[in-house]
Ligand binder design. Structure first.
Ligand code: SF4
Length: 464
């Protein structure tokens, strides 16, 4: 039987022009990243630095989070802790309801996707207006983001124009990018100015100063954080770093790794709500720190590396699987190699562990990851953990115990190998008919008519 993941992959592979758009966009991003790091030695030195900063933060996570909370509170930021998605959504709803607003402005935030914030707001009768152009376009189409950096990367300008036409049939515009962007600006800016609550993600949290760092290209993030009276920032607890001087290397890695840009258009450093002598900024600033399984990852010495992630998307841009099926094929918030290691840890191996099979283990993701997350190793770990759970079940477990007991004794191993060699004329054709996806797409190995020990003896080697 075909699993939902396999069905989604099949559908994604058949979906044109999305497939072509994704492949073109990914090869463009790969080329831009390569051009952004022309000196391999300098890149490796920067990656060392990035990895060290993130490791230092993760090794001291509880202390840094306490320091962050104290500094943020002293700066006038109200800090909330959320163990899981429902708690984070409830906290956002409580803040929104307290203002009496029925709509919020939203900046791009993967954590808000992770917790299903838009759906929770909609259920409570609150409209969430996306301000990131890509997010807004897919919101119009009722779709989920297909990439963590470029949510509408599967659409070309004709499709964007078609979506706009479906929503705004009375307006006059062409298929030109400048035209479409100008239209979006005209439609959105006025509404932005009326909103009383802005919700954003955070790229990095600086414990030393209690600073929230947000990077973006469109200026929409800044609109979310300065225009409304209330700003709610939501992020995972792992985003904290120790010091302000650790930000520049991470920003260099993030923007060059993501889009090949030396730096984004806007880097926002927020250290509190509007002060008495300031003309803009929110009067009330909330920071929601989400765990949602991250503390569990931090406690595992191998899995902790997952939390180094700075969400640049380079692993998916370079992944041969992602670049063919795109994010929607995965059906998860975090797609690609990052999703294959993060999703099963956030939502359980039973629910998302199969994602680890959607990898060729070619290693491209680990080669480009700016903070050197050993993604193939972690994907193998997911596979291993799944196999352990499966083999603790009855039939497979008994089979592996039998295998172990044969392999533990030389005489039994010899007899077993001899029996396999003798039965090879019967076993080899049967292997081709195994009802397994593995054998459907691969040539199964043929068992030899003689065992290795017999061949070695023939060649004059002793088999002891
Ligand atoms: S795993 Fe590495 S390459 Fe992938 S998004 Fe995270 S930091 Fe970027």
């Amino acid at each position: 039987m075909s699993s939902p993941l396999r069905q989604r992959f099949r559908q994604a592979l058949a979906r044109e022009p999305a497939r072509g758009n994704i492949a073109r966009a990914m090869s463009g991003l790969v080329a831009k990243r390569r051009a952004a790091f022309p000196d391999p030695a300098a890149l490796e030195a920067l990656r060392d630095q990035g990895q060290a900063i993130r490791d230092q933060a993760l090794d001291n996570l509880p202390d840094l989070l306490q320091e962050l909370e104290a500094k943020c509170t002293a700066n006038g930021i109200r800090v909330h802790w959320a163990r899981a998605a429902e708690e984070a959504n409830a906290q956002v709803l409580e803040i929104v309801r307290a203002t009496g607003a029925d709509a919020v402005l939203k900046g791009k935030s993967m954590v808000s996707e992770e917790i299903g914030l838009n759906a929770a707001l909609a259920e409570a009768g609150i409209e969430a207006l996306e301000t990131d152009l890509g997010e807004w376009i897919i919101q119009l189409a009722g779709e989920a983001p297909s990439h963590i950096v470029a949510p509408a990367v599967h659409l070309d300008r004709r499709e964007v124009a078609a979506r706009f036409r479906a929503h705004f049939p009375d307006l006059d515009f062409g298929e030109d990018i400048t035209d479409l962007t100008a239209l979006a600006r005209r439609l959105l800016r006025e509404r932005f100015a009326q909103m009383r609550i802005g919700i954003s993600g955070v790229n990095f949290l600086v414990a030393e100063t209690g600073t929230l760092c947000l990077v973006e290209n469109e200026g929409n993030g800044r609109l979310c954080t300065t225009l409304p009276e209330v700003h709610i920032a939501i992020t995972g607890i792992e985003k904290v770093i120790a010091r302000l001087d650790q930000l520049p290397p991470l920003l260099r890695l993030l923007t060059r790794g993501a889009t090949g840009q030396p730096i984004t258009t806007y880097v926002n450093l927020i250290t509190g709500p509007r002060r008495a002598d300031e003309r803009d900024g929110p009067r009330d600033l909330h920071l929601i720190l989400l765990d949602n399984g991250r503390a569990r990852l931090q406690a595992d010495p191998e899995l902790r590396a997952t939390l180094r992630c700075i969400r640049c998307g380079a692993c998916m841009n370079h992944c041969p699987v992602y670049s063919r099926v795109g994010g929607h094929g995965y059906g998860t918030v975090y797609p690609g190699p990052l999703g294959a290691v993060l999703e099963p840890r956030l939502h359980g191996l039973a629910l998302q562990g199969e994602l680890a099979e959607a990898s060729s283990l070619c290693g491209a993701c680990a080669e480009v990851c700016p903070v050197r997350i050993p993604l193939p190793q972690l994907i193998r770990r997911v596979r291993l953990d799944r196999a352990r759970i499966a083999s603790s079940g009855r039939a497979q477990g008994r089979l592996w115990s039998l295998w172990a007991s044969i392999q533990a004794h030389p005489a039994r191993t010899r007899a077993f190998n001899r029996a396999l060699a003798l039965l090879s004329p019967l076993i080899n054709p049967a292997l081709r008919w195994l009802p397994s996806p593995w054998t459907r797409t691969r040539e199964p190995p043929n068992l030899a008519r003689q065992t290795l020990a017999e061949l070695a003896r023939q060649e004059g080697f002793r088999d002891d």
